[in-house]
Design a binder for this molecule. Structure first.
Ligand SMILES: Nc1nc2c(c(=O)[nH]1)N[C@H]1C(S)=C(S)[C@@H](COP(=O)(O)OP(=O)(O)OC[C@H]3O[C@@H](n4cnc5c(N)ncnc54)[C@H](O)[C@@H]3O)O[C@H]1N2
Ligand code: MOO
Length: 650
């Protein structure tokens, strides 16, 4: 069977990284990277291959550093306010005579036989003479040859990243070209018979190749020159040929997918034939099936197919190799301490990398874990950072201290919206970015989850829509009950329509709540604690309908859009949700009720951001933008419904 190491031997990450480093170093991969000569003007960001020496001095002549007169210092000696010295103005080109001077501008060549410049402000001109009242010291206000850079002096050391100022220095030193380390050529080969290159060729079972573009972009960010190979189907010979050919023309080859145990996962076998497989399987999640190989002295990396796995393993096993090949120091990620917003389970025996949103709420920096699925591209774009849960840990409790590695500096000031999600929250995010340069990330945990997140100071904003069946009042009874402490405000966002979503044409002729208990109807529900679920239960009891009579009552999803998507997919006939979700997926909508969707703003009293949010909600621009989504009434948006100013511990 496999000629390489057994599948998924799974060494720990640190050991694997060391093995990878050691093998590449021993193979001489980092020793002498190829060099190329580029015009200095195009060398920004490139890495000098060798020390660079000046061809000429800067300045290359003695020149005036000021506007003024050029003099011979000894002619000015003894000049004082009571005993001024008169110098004779000479014309440009006229030979120097003792007691003479020339008018010079900043940067002018110093006239022969002069050795000092007096600033124009200190000179009194009268006819043909220049009167001065202070002596000049030799070489004052003169930029002498080589003052800045001396010919043959080192301008830039080797392995230095060229900055804009370096370009000026190199050009000034007479260099038009500079030797830089060639960008490592990295061929990225997407593999998989199911892959298609264009969205219009998608059909069920086909997958759009997005990874090769993501990986090429990552390679470019890390200083490499990416070469994207065409999609190669799951065919042993074709993949082998593609890798072999790419090895001849590149410094590194990345294959994507085909790493796991599936019958068509050939990569490991191919790489074992072409060279040595150093590892197949690392004790990390995601990214476990990664393959690290050395073929013809070059690294070949088999990245797993799932996008999150591919990106993470590229960061772990491609990025640093590219940096080292270019003689660049490996950047240390910026880390911030935070507390975990929610409990996090982890597998013992693998190091788990979890993407998180990060925000500082009432003085506490919180890391909220995002969806962990290896196929969730959205978790990659929502995350501000990542935490690692060690191999020996079964998980971490809510509130545990964690270190977050930030993806970008200055990204830890995100606003976290945790609760029942609404499309209006996304619109609010757009306005907040425009008006306060704040990034809003939203986690969907239902209304009750939002209230709890505010209570634990794990959310800045929580969207809620909870109906109190006794009072018939929305939201206020719940915040008063659960949020006795803390400093927050409850603010109206919208009244919105709730209804039943059905396929276009309403094939099952659903007209209202009583239809839900029909035998031929299947339902998709929202999770317990969500406002929609509360409304459903309220309406069911109002109509005297039993929940256990509904087929699919126990089938829960956690967003309005997921309800809509379930219906589109044919997995349920109907489900309750907001009109905007139905509209977004072209479903028909049968209104059954109105509800109040409000947001809790969890900020210290008089916080500027809370005020900005309220102003946004009240603005006609925001209201129009949300009402356009359909099913919203924002007449009361921004109205403060309840305020609490009880500091914790009071
Ligand atoms: N029996 C086992 N099955 C799997 C295991 C395992 O240990 N035992 N490991 C799982 C893990 S973990 C991962 S990660 C994946 C790795 O899969 P492969 O590298 O073999 O890749 P594929 O199976 O071909 O594809 C997986 C998945 O990735 C997406 N994909 C692939 N290529 C692209 C692309 N170019 N652009 C976008 N998306 C891509 C696609 O959704 C595939 O469905 O294996 C598990 N299975
Ligand atoms: O590592 Mo896979 O990458 O866990 O899904």
């Amino acid at each position: 069977m496999h000629k390489g190491k057994a599948y998924l031997e799974c060494l720990p990450r640190e050991k694997t990284c060391k093995l990878w480093q050691d093998k590449l170093t021993a193979a001489g991969y980092f020793a002498k990277p190829p060099v190329e000569i580029v015009p200095v003007a195009q060398a920004l960001g490139r890495v000098t291959a060798a020390c660079t020496y000046a061809k000429q001095s800067v300045p290359h002549y003695n020149g005036s550093a000021m506007d003024g007169i050029a003099v011979r210092a000894q002619d000015t000696f003894g000049a004082t306010e009571t005993n001024p010295v008169q110098l004779t103005l000479l014309k440009n080109g006229q030979p120097f005579i003792a007691g003479g001077c020339y008018i010079v501008d900043t940067g002018d060549l110093l006239p022969t036989d002069t050795n000092a410049v007096i600033m124009i402000e200190d000179v009194h001109f009268a006819g043909n003479t220049a009167e001065i009242i202070a002596a000049a010291t030799p070489w004052q206000h003169i930029r002498i040859i080589g003052e800045d850079i001396v010919a043959n002096e080192m301008v830039l050391p080797e392995h230095h990243v060229i900055t804009p100022a370096d370009i000026a220095a190199l050009l000034a030193a007479g260099l038009e070209h500079v030797a830089v380390i060639a960008k490592p050529k990295v061929t990225v080969i997407p593999t998989g018979t199911e892959l298609v290159a264009r969205a219009q060729d998608l059909k069920p079972g086909a997958i759009l190749d997005v990874n090769s573009h993501m990986l090429c972009a990552a390679v470019a960010t890390w200083g490499g020159e990416p070469i994207r190979h065409d999609i190669v189907p799951d065919n042993y010979e074709l993949i082998k040929q593609a890798v072999e050919r790419s090895l001849a023309t590149s410094d590194m080859v990345i294959t994507n997918a085909g790493t796991s145990a599936g019958t068509e996962d050939f990569t490991s076998r191919i790489l074992a034939e072409l060279g040595e497989v150093l590892a197949h399987g690392v004790a990390i999640k995601p990214g476990k099936p990664v393959i690290l190989a050395l073929c013809k002295g070059k690294p070949v990396i088999g990245l797993p197919g799932y996008p999150v796995s591919a990106m993470l393993t590229a960061e772990l096993f491609v990025r640093d190799v590219l940096y080292q090949r270019q003689k660049l120091s490996i950047p240390e990620p910026e880390q911030v301490p935070a507390v975990l917003a929610r409990q996090l389970y982890s597998h013992v025996g693998v190091e788990e990398f979890v993407r998180v949103s990060v925000g500082t709420i009432q003085g506490k920096t919180v890391a909220a874990p995002l969806s962990r699925g290896a196929g969730m591209i959205s978790s990659l774009i929502k995350a501000q950072g990542m935490i690692a849960v060690g191999e020996t840990s079964p998980g971490l409790p809510a509130g545990a201290p964690v270190q977050v590695r930030l993806f970008n500096r200055h990204q830890s000031d995100t606003l976290l919206a945790v609760g029942s999600h609404d499309l209006a929250i996304d619109v609010l995010g757009v306005f907040l970015k425009r008006q306060a340069n704040k990034v809003l990330t939203a986690a969907n945990v239902g209304s009750m989850g939002g209230i709890m997140a505010v209570r634990n100071n794990e959310a800045h904003i929580a969207g809620i829509h909870m109906l109190d069946d006794k009072s018939g009042q929305y939201n206020i009874p719940f915040v008063n009950k659960y949020l006795a402490q803390g400093t927050w405000q409850l603010v109206r966002l919208a009244r919105r329509e709730q209804g039943l979503m059905v396929l276009p044409g309403n094939p099952k002729h659903i007209t209202g709540m009583p239809d839900l208990v029909r035998e031929d109807i299947t339902y998709v529900n929202r999770q317990r604690g969500s406002g929609t679920r509360m409304l459903l239960d309220y309406l069911l009891s109002k109509h005297g309908l039993a929940c256990n009579a509904i087929a699919g009552y126990e089938k829960e999803v956690s967003t309005h859009m997921a309800v809509a998507a379930t219906i589109v997919a044919g997995a349920a006939d109907t489900g309750m949700g907001i009109r905007a979700a139905a509209k977004a997926l072209d479903l028909e909508f049968i209104p059954v009720s109105h509800e109040c969707y409000d947001i809790i703003l969890n900020f210290p009293p008089d916080d500027e951001i809370a005020e900005i949010i309220i102003t946004i909600l009240q603005s006609p621009e925001f209201r129009q933008e949300v009402e356009r989504l359909g099913g919203y009434d924002l007449a009361e948006a921004g109205k403060v419904l309840a305020v609490n100013n009880m500091q914790l511990g009071e």
